[in-house]
Design a binder for this molecule. Sequence first.
Ligand code: PEP
Ligand code: MN
Length: 349
Amino acid sequence: MIVVMREDASDAQIQAISNRIRGMGFDIHPDRGANRTVLGVIGDTSRLDPRSLEMEEGVAEVLRVTEPYKLASRAFHPNDTVIRIGDVAIGGDEVIVIAGPCAVENAEQIRETASRVRQAGARILRGGAFKPRTSPYSFQGLGEKGLELLRDAAREQDMLCVSEVMEPAYVRSVADRVDIVQVGARNMQNFPLLKEVGRIDKPVLLKRGMSATIEELLMAAEYIMASGNPRVMLCERGIRTFETYTRNTMDISAIPVVKKRSHLPILADPSHGTGRRDKVAPMARAAVAAGADGLIIEVHTHPDQALSDGPQSLYPDRFAALMEELKTIAWAIGRRIGAGSDREPERNR
Ligand code: PEP
Ligand code: MN
């Protein structure tokens, strides 16, 4: 249930109704917007009569939230959530690009890739150190050593970094080394893992499971938020369908659907979304046009030698060209992307 306060409601009135609701055994999550305050009431609100609250001083209206997610819902938090890490803001005007290899393989590979993607305008470096591989015989990642190589390469380029965690027991150690902790598609409903990343003080990049509905994705975000971590960004990365010409089916429509239902930033991963290098740029362009707050793209200096996901990894030059194309699209929808991109792109002048 949400209590929408009137624009002219005083602090004392907000306090009074909050105290009354807490007194009845509910939790309150206040959201102080620019114009008015919205109070999210958490708990079994079926026994609460909205009319009795509507009679209170300063209350504009009381609404029942029908979605099973609350903290992640736009009804509870009408304004977009902007996640700030250093000078990077995810969910604001700038479309943030995360780029790097699928997996950290060695120091030279991650340092060289970091330098190339940074030059092209990426703000955050990606690189898996704990890899969820379908086969137990495939490269499993360098583990903690990989996280250190990733972090050092990112710092060298003045970038942030993100890496995946697969087990609750490793959450602290991953969180200590990276700026954003990723929960991968295969773990979207690993509830002990979601609760554990809910207890850390680092933003979480939560990927949509390959057979998950958007509601299940938002419920997974709710787990993290209910455990105490409000800094969640979602990521569409393709779902399984009957189609076989792409690795997954990139669900571009998930972007505007999430935007309507939730205040959390939504990113798009066209690399896993298509599984084919030649399909990455078209889907990246489409995702930005559809309103994605960011992209996560796999880039490798030698994709033919990559230890994982080579066929979907872009060469650095193609990535740089894509960043230029994206500037035009971002500009067309009133956003910006990459360094110095608040100007009109060259070709539009
Ligand atoms: C990844 O980002 O490398 C990854 C494994 O992604 P997903 O969980 O979306 O498959
Ligand atoms: Mn990958």
